[in-house]
Write a protein that binds this ligand. Structure first.
Ligand code: UT7
Length: 319
């Protein structure tokens, strides 16, 4: 029994915000610095009040349309997000209600930029166990809400968006292998160290990052976990048809591809147009490449993420 991908969908809010637009808004930065260091040219920023569940809902509806099934056919809904609408209920329950599904298991996974790969691995295990038949897995974020717009080292890097996939139990190949790991001792290099307590925000409610430490960690673990899922499936990393790494920085993406011996032409890149959308980055890139026809049925696709925690995850699937 496999968990087979039968639909993908995504959604980006509003219109692209360029690097020059950010500079024009008073951020002490410039297009050349951002492109050279990160490869990012533009990102999408949700309008005030727009929530992760609103973005995730549209991505989910598009994935369900492609799958040709209705929301009531789902028995599992998992949302990967670090920017949920509320402390509770979960964003998954909010999307479930908006979709009109009752009865499916619904919960959020919080593994920051590795969140979608964690959620995918969890859904795959539910389906392979035989307990669930049809899963909706969403990555949805409004990271613009947790950015300190006075911190030019972080605010230019992120964007908002959502991506989703529908998985179905099938005897035809789907997800071949998954892996997920964490190293909590690295929690301080990327975090939002604030909380709500007694009606007040205590600590720091903005994203903080040691960029260089994150960079080094990301390249190492993205290469390691890609090797791991390929080894479980019994293939070489060079045999994958498409590599979809977390879209954080073009230099991390290129270094990872190089380490793995995957040709640049087989690496899906959206970071230039989306920025880093955290848990949404991988399903957004996957949906783009499925819809524009690059990813074809029968091809091997390796998706992988890395983020705060530190967390990292991957899945190798036959599309
Ligand atoms: O999901 C994981 C998310 N995180 C990441 O993927 C981040 C990984 N890390 C990185 O991508 C890079 O470390 C950054 C792009 C964040 C930063 O690049 P860097 O080469 O490590 O630059 P830096 O932080 O060492 O800063 C170099 C200079 C500094 O100026 P001085 O002190 O040398 O005069 C910064 O103040 O660049 C300056 N700087 C900027 N200049 C213009 C930092 N941010 C900006 C900016 N525009 N936005």
């Amino acid at each position: 029994m496999y968990a087979r991908l039968i639909g993908t969908g995504s959604y980006l809010p509003g219109t692209p915000v360029t690097n020059d637009d950010l500079a024009a808004r008073g951020i002490d930065t410039n297009d050349e610095w951002i492109i050279t260091r990160t490869g990012i040219r533009s990102r999408y920023l949700a309008s005030p009040g727009t929530t992760s569940s609103e973005l995730g809902l549209i991505a989910a509806q598009r994935a369900l349309d492609m799958a040709g099934i209705g929301a009531t056919d789902l028995d599992l809904i998992i949302v990967a997000t670090s920017t949920p609408d509320f402390i509770f209920p979960s964003t998954a329950c909010l999307i479930q209600a908006k979709l009109g599904n009752k009865g499916a298991a619904a919960f959020d996974v919080q593994a920051v930029c590795a969140g979608f790969t964690y959620a995918l691995g969890i859904a795959e295990k539910f389906i392979r166990s035989g307990s669930h038949k049809r899963a909706l897995v969403i990555g949805a974020e409004v990271f613009s809400r947790i950015l300190d717009w006075k911190d030019r080292g972080t605010c230019v890097l992120f964007g908002d968006g959502a991506g989703a996939v529908v998985l179905e139990a099938s005897d035809k190949p789907g997800i071949m292998s998954t892996a997920m790991h964490a190293d909590g001792s690295q929690n301080s290099i990327l975090n939002v160290p604030g909380q709500i307590c007694g009606g007040q925000v205590t600590g720091d409610p903005f994203l903080r990052m040691d960029g260089q430490a994150v960079f080094k960690f990301a390249v190492r673990v993205l290469a390691d976990i890609a090797e791991e899922v390929c080894q479980i499936a019994g293939i070489q990393t060079g045999d994958v048809d498409w590599l979809i790494p977390h879209q954080a920085n073009i230099r991390i993406i290129e270094a990872t591809g190089k380490k793995l011996g995957v040709d640049r032409s087989k690496v899906i890149v959206t970071v230039d147009r989306h920025g880093n959308t955290s848990a949404a980055s991988v399903p957004l890139a996957l949906d783009e490449a499925v819809r524009d026809g690059r990813i074809q049925r029968g091809q091997k696709v390796l998706v992988e993420g890395v983020g705060g925690g530190f967390t990292w995850g991957a899945a190798l699937l036959e599309f």
